[in-house]
Design a protein around this ligand. Structure first.
Ligand code: 7TS
Length: 418
């Protein structure tokens, strides 16, 4: 990668400085081949600040939390809880106890389905999802459908990759109990009008779940402005470690829910034949949690805040606009999803006559990392009549020069396949 000064004029982000924060960009994929990482939708890279925070924790403060009065136990507990406060602030939650640590977005949605769903949904109750959901926001509801006989309906996706809100309004007339949807699609990149979807759901008497796995990492999300009932996201997609995520919930809803997993920490008192659950958020955090990961998560939130979420969103928008422009000029490339105006930094595409896996494999020879497959959104691919796609996705550290390398690589693939 060019070592010249790379400043995003629009956002004034110094991209070289940002890239220097991420040690992985110092490595070559193969000798002489730098890394062009276009797979942040799957997981983001980690800045040194996060790696060091976790390293420091293990070197200096490692102990189990909430269980000891010794210095290290108190220090570890303090660090774990400080991260919760910072994460709450990051999404503008009004209280830290609304931040439930989970393993990831998938577990957060499962927590809602198992705990809230089993307490509130019965045979015939309607749950509305969308056709663009990740499997994480489909399968938990399929399981509940099989177990409880709930009904599922789906907001259709239009040919240009937007949700059909008129069809949604028609579905709402059937008085759904729950509406659960992706804030941003991991395939089409579509940013859905979450505030409007939630407002309409509430007017129809439904509870809402926002799958924010792809939104919280990329632009400012304010749970109070959205009036979201539940909102789920993962640390590993926002410069943080794997193994930790969040379920945000409104206090009254979380209070009304039975525990999800049983064991240590989630109890106030245990007798041989009974228990009393702990207060929020501990009621939902059974067993020894991902402590070092929580510390890393807090550092990730601090890092993103220091760069600025608005600047990150503007930079990604610029890169996405450029990527769409460049990809659309390649004969045989079909790009899925809406125009850049409605889209975050995700671009799924196919190349006529070439399997997406072959595209990804050939790009990898030049160090360009894209993903190929159905990206855990099989029904959406079916809707567009394709079994798989290639997907390039962007984050704060990507550059227009990397988009050029992607497009050059696609021309190479075309040459190889005649
Ligand atoms: N929801 C959306 C919209 C996602 O993009 C993902 C992960 C998940 C939920 C699940 O997140 P997890 O952290 O629990 O795994 N998306 C992808 C992807 O597009 N490629 O790999 C993971």
């Amino acid at each position: 990668m060019c070592t010249c000064l790379l400043i995003d004029i629009l956002t004034m982000l110094n991209i070289n400085e940002i890239r220097n924060d991420f040690p992985i960009f110092q490595r070559e994929v193969k000798p002489g081949v730098p890394l062009v990482y276009l797979d942040s939708t799957a997981t983001s890279q980690k800045p040194l600040a996060v790696i060091e925070a976790m390293n420091d924790f293990y070197r200096r403060s490692n102990a189990n939390i909430h269980r000891g009065v010794h210095t290290l136990a108190e220090e570890a507990t303090e660090l774990y809880e400080q991260s919760r406060v910072r994460i709450a602030r990051f999404i503008n939650a009004s209280a830290a106890h609304q931040i439930i640590y989970t393993r990831n977005t998938t577990e957060s949605i499962n927590l809602v389905a198992y705990s809230w769903g089993r307490a509130h949904l019965k045979a015939g109750d309607l749950v509305i999802l969308t056709e663009m959901e990740h499997h994480s926001n489909l399968v938990p509801w399929h399981i509940l459908q099989a177990e409880r006989g709930i009904e599922l309906e789906f907001i259709p996706v239009t040919d240009d990759g937007l949700l059909d809100l008129e069809a949604y309004k028609t579905l709402l007339a059937r008085s759904p109990k729950l509406v659960s949807f992706a804030h941003m699609s991991n395939v089409l990149g579509t940013i859905n009008p979450a505030a409007e979807i939630i407002r309409l759901a509430h007017a129809a008497g439904a509870v809402t779940v926002v799958d924010a796995a792809q939104s919280v990492p990329h632009f400012k999300v304010d749970v109070q402005a959205l009036e979201a009932d539940f909102l789920a996201f993962s640390a590993h997609k926002m410069c943080g470690p794997t193994g930790i995520g969040v379920l945000y919930g409104k206090t009254a809803l979380l209070e009304s829910m039975p525990p999800f997993l049983g064991g240590g920490d989630m109890i106030k008192e245990v007798k041989l034949r009974s228990f009393r659950p702990n207060s929020l958020p501990y009621k939902f955090e059974a067993g020894t949690p991902a402590i070092a990961e929580a510390v890393g998560f807090g550092a990730a939130v601090d890092y993103l805040t220091s760069v600025g979420m608005d600047a990150i969103a503007a930079h990604e928008h610029e890169i996405t606009e450029y990527a769409l422009e460049r990809l659309e000029e390649v004969p045989g490339v079909r790009v899925f999803g809406p125009s850049a105006q409605h889209k975050g930094g995700v671009t799924a595409f196919t190349l006529d006559g070439v399997h997406p896996h072959d595209v990804a494999q050939i790009l990898d020879r030049d160090g360009v990392a894209v993903r190929a497959g159905h990206h855990c959104a099989q029904p959406l691919h079916e809707k567009f009549g394709i079994p798989a796609s290639s997907r390039a996705s962007f984050y704060l550290y990507n550059t227009k020069a990397e988009i050029d390398l992607l497009v050059n690589g696609i021309y190479k693939v075309k040459e190889m396949f005649g």
